[in-house]
Design a protein around this ligand. Structure first.
Ligand SMILES: [Zn+2]
Length: 183
C-alpha cells in the first residue's frame, strides 16, 4: 500500500501511516526502512541514512500521540497530557536543517531525531493553533484518515475525492439504481 499525502498537513499525513485503524489496522511503517521511505516521500529530509528498530518505535510513539490529539480535536475533547508531553519532547530538539541553493532548490538535512523534531514542531503548530478546529475524519468508511478542511464552506468530506469520494459516490449510485430496479 502506498503512502498517502492527502490530509493537507504533514502531521496528519504521518498519522495516516496506520490505515483502516478501526477495522484491519494496517501498519504502513512495519520496518525501519518504511519510515525512511515515508520521510523522503513526505519531503521532510532528502534522505534518511540509518533508521534503527528503536528509532521506529520512537517514530510510532510520536505518530500515535499526534493521532490521539487529532482525534481529541475532532471530538472536541481535551488533550491527553501524555500525548502533549510526547510532542513537546520531540519538538524540543533541533529540527531538520534547510539550506537554500536556488529557486526550487533546497537541501534538507537531518537524522531521525531532527526528523522527529520537525514532525513534533509541525504538530505543535497544528494543535496549538486555530487549524486544530478544522481537523475532520474522512467520511469514506472504513478509511480512518484525517484531514484539514480548508474548503470555504467547511464541507470537505473525504481525504481524497479520487479514492474515497469516488468510491462512496459509486456505492450511492449503485444503491440508487438497484432501488429503481426494485421499484
Ligand atoms: Zn478517506
Amino acid at each position: 500500500m502506498d503512502f498517502a499525502f492527502v490530509s493537507d498537513h504533514l502531521a496528519l499525513d504521518f498519522a495516516a501511516t496506520v490505515a483502516w485503524r478501526t477495522t484491519r489496522h494496517k501498519e504502513l511503517l512495519a520496518e525501519p526502512a518504511d519510515f525512511a521511505r515515508w520521510v523522503a516521500e513526505a519531503g521532510v529530509v532528502d534522505r534518511l541514512e540509518t533508521v534503527s528498530q528503536a528509532d521506529l518505535v520512537k517514530a510510532r510513539t510520536l505518530r500515535e500521540a499526534i493521532y490521539g490529539l487529532a482525534l481529541a480535536a475532532t471530538e472536541g475533547e481535551p488533550a491527553d497530557l501524555r500525548d502533549v508531553a510526547r510532542i513537546q519532547q520531540a519538538a524540543a530538539r533541533s529540527p531538520v536543517r534547510l539550506e537554500l541553493h536556488a529557486l526550487g532548490q533546497v537541501e534538507r538535512q537531518g537524522g531521525v531525531l531532527e526528523v522527529l523534531a520537525t514532525l513534533g514542531t509541525t504538530a505543535s503548530d497544528l494543535f496549538g493553533g486555530p487549524d486544530h478546529l478544522l481537523i475532520r475524519h474522512c467520511a469514506g468508511e472504513p478509511c480512518t484518515r484525517l484531514f484539514i478542511d480548508r474548503s470555504r464552506a467547511g464541507t470537505r468530506r473525504w481525504c481524497s475525492k479520487r479514492s474515497c469520494g469516488s468510491r462512496i459516490n459509486a456505492a450511492a449510485y449503485r444503491r440508487r439504481t438497484s432501488k429503481d430496479e426494485q421499484a
